[in-house]
Design a binder for this molecule. Structure first.
Ligand SMILES: [Zn+2]
Length: 171
């Protein structure tokens, strides 16, 4: 079974007023992602949101400006992609959606064998989640028009690397 993973589509990354806005171009992934959500929901396939949720003192802020502080507007999923009732929202504190989260357990319980990755940023949280999915023997699909990065070069590199190294299907 396939599951749609929606990675870090939160206000701080996607809203121009967000703390770590990825850029206007990245917002272009919103409409195709809305289509994917519709498709998965119609087919009754699992939709799982992975969302950064940091403590105000998180050590990640040594490298990035503070963002996605637990309980704030910035950490909420953007209104265009609001989760529906019954859909899992998995909070995470590091790039990979598997690191110190119940994601693997949730996927196994649902009988998921293929994770379909969407969201931001292609070269950071998407690629690191792909790595951890690969290490756990999940098959990987990446919907190319549903992932974005503030750095276009890194975006292309990440797609190439996920295809070559993690056997991801880039669709
Ligand atoms: Zn973060």
């Amino acid at each position: 079974m396939k599951a749609l993973l929606v990675i870090d589509m939160i206000n701080d990354f996607l809203d121009p007023k967000g703390a770590l806005f990825c850029g206007a171009e990245v917002r272009q992934i919103i409409p195709p992602l809305q289509e994917k959500l519709k498709e998965f929901r119609e087919k009754k396939l699992p939709v799982i949101y992975l969302c950064d949720q940091h403590d105000p003192e998180d050590q990640e802020f040594a490298a990035f400006v503070p963002h996605a502080i637990k309980g704030t507007w910035g950490a909420e999923v953007i209104p265009e992609l609001t989760p529906q009732e019954g859909e899992d929202i998995v909070p995470k504190t590091r790039f990979s959606g598997f690191f110190r989260t119940p994601l693997e357990e949730i996927l196994r319980k649902k009988g998921v064998t293929t994770v379909c990755l969407t969201g931001v940023c292609t070269s950071i949280c998407v690629m690191d989640t792909a790595a951890d999915a690969f290490f756990r023997d999940f098959k990987i699909e990446v919907f190319k028009d549903c992932v974005g990065d503030f750095d276009p070069e890194m975006h292309e590199f990440a797609l190439k690397r996920m295809a070559r190294i993690y056997q991801a299907k880039i669709l």
